[in-house]
Design a protein around this ligand. Structure first.
Ligand SMILES: [Zn+2]
Length: 253
């Protein structure tokens, strides 16, 4: 069974690769303008890293399917580019990582009602169906202030990244360096206790819900306000630099 699952996942990985080679989604001039206008991380990269970013984005857009839901009839280039760019940013420390298990991105116009949880959601990640879901208005809200440490796109992609690291048979798993992961982990509980006790943590309250939420909120802050994060907790920030193989302080203007 395991052998069979391995075989099928390799085949689907290969098919995804082949499709991306045959029908690559090349970036247009307008696409680059969207990045320059609305994606500060990209704007601040060095010329060679910009090239790398564009290549990775083009590859990600070629292998992922973007689907409008709840009244979104047409997925715009802006939606594809900004969501795709967020995936590139979070995974930029690895050349090849692009979260293949999450091959479909569903986009709702606003917060949407989930019949499973009987509540409204702003976004979610569903490993069973391999989907990432975002509400477009909440996604844009998260991008409006790029230094407040609140960003729905980063949050959901952080969940996907952590899951992908544990999903086998698709060519991407266990890419977290174990030493970096251990270094990160030792700060999780103490920080969660601090948040729950209301002792003035840098991280917002929802980070103390569980270790998955902690990771997602921590990444929002890592990318949106790296300098003040470093000042608050150099060891935790340093562990994240090792884990994600990049230091966003370098790109910050
Ligand atoms: Zn979450």
């Amino acid at each position: 069974m395991v052998q069979q699952a391995k075989y099928f996942s390799r085949v689907s990985w290969w098919l995804q690769e082949a499709r991306a080679n045959i029908y690559p989604r090349r970036l247009s001039k307008e696409d680059i303008q969207i990045l320059d206008r609305s994606f500060p991380y990209f704007k601040n990269l060095t010329p060679s890293h910009r090239e790398e970013f564009k290549q990775k984005l083009s590859r990600i857009l070629s292998v992922k399917e973007f689907v409008g839901r709840g009244g979104i009839e047409e997925v715009t280039s802006e939606m594809e580019i900004l969501i795709g760019a967020t995936i590139v940013m979070v995974t930029f420390g690895w050349k090849r990582i692009r979260l293949p298990h999450f091959s479909k991105i569903l986009i709702y116009p606003n917060a949407y009602y989930s019949s499973i949880t009987k509540s409204y959601h702003r976004g979610e990640v569903n490993p069973k169906y391999g989907i990432i879901v975002v509400s477009w208005s909440c996604f844009l809200d998260g991008m409006k202030d790029s230094h407040d440490g609140v960003n729905l796109g980063i949050h959901e992609i952080a969940h996907a990244l952590k899951l992908e690291n544990q999903i086998y048979y698709n060519g991407e798993s266990e890419f977290f360096n174990p030493e970096a992961w251990n270094a990160y982990q030792q700060w999780v509980s103490p920080e969660m206790v601090k948040i729950a006790a209301g002792n003035g943590s840098f991280l917002r309250e929802s980070a103390s819900l569980n270790e998955h939420e902690f990771f997602a909120v921590v990444l929002e802050n890592f990318f949106e306000r790296p300098k003040s994060f470093f000042e608050y907790h150099p060891a935790l920030y340093g562990a994240l630099v090792q884990l994600l193989r990049q230091d966003p302080r370098v790109w910050m203007s």
